[in-house]
Design a protein around this ligand. Structure first.
Ligand SMILES: Nc1ncnc2c1ncn2[C@@H]1O[C@H](COP(=O)(O)OP(=O)(O)OP(=O)(O)O)[C@@H](O)[C@H]1O
Length: 265
């Protein structure tokens, strides 16, 4: 189990593919309709207005909820059968999910909280305890390993929650609005941490904040009304913006154009 990502001694990058996902909370109205997304190593940003379905999509990708139609599969290497969400233990171990609201586990210290997550994902107690410190170091929180988790600031807690995703060696990270509500310094720090992750890790970030993440991503996906209305590179995304605007406003203009095009279609 600890060597999921080393097949015959070679580390593989993962590819997460969702195909034709349709999801409904009440069995009638579709919150996601025929959504397909391919996530490779590097960063993917999922943009969309409130209620577009970003959180729901991340929950489907994380295996937290099941789609009514479509499939989700994680490829881990040549000749290895893809891992599917119904293979709960392996899938959960492979995919790290950071929910919108980070919560401290009452009574635990920071290192214990991170180790606990690793243990929940199938690591032995000792391995999880050992792995907790490097995971905290990756997010700049090693110095707080002995602090009570419920005494941390919102930004620190968010970083500890990211360490909880990293501790079990996730090759796909699903981060639901990770920088929402953080001050500019914490936001910059979070962006730097994402940039510092190993190249083979695939990171999916849902956000409303077009500007600060577009420059650090490899793929942009725009959701509107539960449908994918755009998938492409940041440059292709920016092509939808008004070229007469200063660069700092191009991304917001591209986003508005894509969302409005769809709304009026
Ligand atoms: N547990 C739930 N039960 C029923 N409907 C839900 C549930 N969660 C979300 N919805 C509905 O599904 C739609 C998509 O919500 P979702 O949270 O996925 O969108 P979002 O793009 O993440 O929005 P936001 O940016 O506001 O977080 C919304 O209409 C929302 O009201």
């Amino acid at each position: 189990m600890d060597n999921l990502w080393e097949i015959q001694g070679k580390a593989y990058s993962a590819m997460l593919t969702a195909h034709g996902i349709t999801f409904s909370y009440d069995g009638r109205k579709s919150t996601l309709t025929d959504v397909s997304i391919h996530v490779r190593s590097g960063r993917t940003i999922v943009l969309g207005p409130n209620g577009a379905g970003k959180t729901t999509l991340l929950n489907v990708l994380a295996g937290n909820v099941s789609a009514r139609a479509g499939s989700v599969a994680l490829s881990v290497g040549d000749g290895v059968p893809p891992v599917q969400p119904r293979d709960r233990a392996r899938y959960a171990r492979a995919v790290g999910w950071l929910p919108q609201r980070a919560t401290p586990v009452r009574g635990l210290r920071v290192r214990e909280q991170v180790a606990y997550s690793g243990w929940l994902k199938g690591m032995s107690r000792t391995t999880a305890w050992e792995a907790a410190l490097p995971a905290l170091d990756q997010v700049g929180m090693a110095a707080h390993a002995q602090d009570r988790a419920n005494r941390l600031s919102g930004g620190q807690l968010r970083r500890v929650t990211l360490a909880q995703c990293l501790v079990h060696g996730s090759r796909v990270l699903l981060l639901d609005e990770p920088t929402a509500g953080l001050d500019p310094r914490e936001r910059d720090r979070f962006a730097e941490i994402l940039l510092g992750l190993p190249a083979e890790v695939a990171v999916v970030v849902s956000t409303h904040d077009v500007v600060d993440l577009v420059e650090v991503v490899g793929q942009v996906v725009v959701l509107n009304g539960g449908r994918v209305v755009f998938t492409g590179t940041p440059a292709e995304f920016l092509d939808h913006g008004d070229p007469s605007l200063p660069a700092s406003r191009q991304a917001a203009s591209a986003y508005s154009a894509l969302v409005e095009e769809r709304t009026h279609a």
